[in-house]
Each structure stands twice: as C-alpha cells, then as structure tokens.
Design a protein around this ligand. Structure first.
Ligand code: DX5
Ligand code: ZN
Length: 233
C-alpha cells in the first residue's frame, strides 16, 4: 500500500520536512519527532554525485526508514538516470517520486515508469530552467517542484528571484484545471514561507528550519502552516 499525495489538501499549506537536515545517526527518532510535530509528509533528497555534487541516500536507506515511518515519502530524485532508479526507489518505499526535467532520460518514459511502479509523479526545475520546460507534461503530473536554491545542499539562502516562476506555474496549473501540487524547496523558513505562499506554492519543503529550529520542531512546523492564510487561490 502506498500513500497518495493527491489526497493531501490544496487549500492550505502542507509541510514536507527534508530529512537531509536530520541527524543521520538518529534518523528514526528524528522522523518520529517531526511526525508528532505535525509534518504532512516527509521529503527525501536522493543525490547521485553526478546530477549534483553530493551523495545522500539510496534504496536500502529508504527500505529501513520506511519501516519506521507512517508518513508519505516525498522522494526528490536529484540524479542523472531516474528511468533506471525510480522503480527501485518505488520498490523500497517511495510513495511519490519527483525527478528533474534536466536529467538525462526522456521525461515521458520516466513518468510512465513511475506510474507503472505505483507512485504519483512530480517534475522539478532547477533555478535557471524556465516554467515553460514543464508545459508539455502538465497533463501527466501530480506535483511541480520549484527549486529555490541550486540543488545539492541543505542550508542555502532562499532565492527570491524564483517567485515569478512560482506565480507562472500557479497560473499554468489554474489554466490546466488539474489538481497539481506546487511545491517549493530550498531556504524555506517562517519568513520566506510567506513569500512562497503568496506567490502560489502550497507545499513547503523545509530542512534546516525544521530539524534545527531553536524552539523545536513543533513550533517550526506550526510557523510554516501559519502561512496558509496567505496562500494565493
Ligand atoms: C536541496 C534539497 C532540499 C534541501 C532543503 O538540494 O533538495 O530539499 O534539503 O534544505 P533547506 O530547507 O535547509 O534549504
Ligand atoms: Zn529536495
């Protein structure tokens, strides 16, 4: 059984904490804490040392972590070959899989492979890639992920100049009439979430600001949820 991201609401902010900022030596405990803190889903950043200059987590890590969590696994593949690896991540616990349009495989083939593996599908764009790059695939997507940092590392500063693209995607989603989540990833905290929500993002990835919050994870997640009132309809 897989969790279905299409069942998550569109009319309020949902929070997907990125475990890249958790303690890898105490992962199950950190995931339990962020679940109690009110996370709506869990963001897993997969990096291959090729698409981005960093290495993070692979299929065995998902498999073990899956047993310890009741949250939807929002899997973000920052890898050059999603066509080969997406089904493997699906078998090891991914519920939703987002891949990059800048990866090396044919996007339509990757979308089909993810669907065949029983997962929902997202596509992402790096900061220098325009919204138009995803226009041909809109009819087939459950989620669009806008990067508000260069992918590769947690803890970077939010790129304000990506907000025009978020607004553009919001308009494209509206015009499509399809219920596509608009997720944003990178530098999201209790301040930048307001800007992202006002621009039209409804799903917030947050690593550092949640797992390293000085006043605790519950306050951090609640602070992100508070931007629901600013969500652009
Ligand atoms: C960056 C990753 C992000 C990252 C976010 O390549 O895709 O998910 O973990 O981390 P923060 O919230 O610390 O910017
Ligand atoms: Zn991510």
């Amino acid at each position: 059984m897989k969790y279905d991201i299409r069942l998550l609401p569109h009319d309020r902010i949902t929070v997907s904490p990125s475990i890249l900022a958790a303690d890898f030596g105490a992962m199950n405990s950190d995931i339990a804490k962020v679940t109690v803190a009110g996370a709506d889903l869990l963001h897993l950043d997969v990096m291959d040392g090729h698409f981005v200059p960093n290495l993070t987590m692979g299929p065995p890590f998902l498999k073990s972590t899956r047993r310890a969590s009741t949250l939807l696994f929002d899997t973000h593949l920052m890898i050059s070959h999603p066509l080969y690896y997406a089904p493997i991540f699906a078998q090891n616990g991914a519920d939703h899989i987002t891949f990059h349009v800048e990866a090396e495989d044919d996007p339509r083939a990757v979308i089909q492979a993810i669907r065949d593996a029983g997962c929902t599908v997202g596509m992402s764009v790096k900061p220098r890639t325009p919204a138009a790059a995803l226009a041909p695939y809109l009819d087939e997507l459950d989620l669009i992920l806008v990067m508000s940092v260069e992918p590769g590392f947690g803890g970077q500063s939010f790129m304000h100049d990506q907000m025009a693209k978020v607004a553009e995607f919001r308009a494209m989603i509206h015009a499509s009439g399809r219920p596509i989540h608009l997720e944003i990833d990178g530098g999201i905290d209790r301040e930048t979430v307001k800007i992202a929500a006002a621009a039209g993002a409804n799903m917030m990835v947050a690593g550092t600001s949640v797992f390293r919050a000085p006043d605790g994870m519950a306050a951090a997640v609640a602070g992100l949820h508070a931007a629901s009132s600013l969500l652009k309809a």
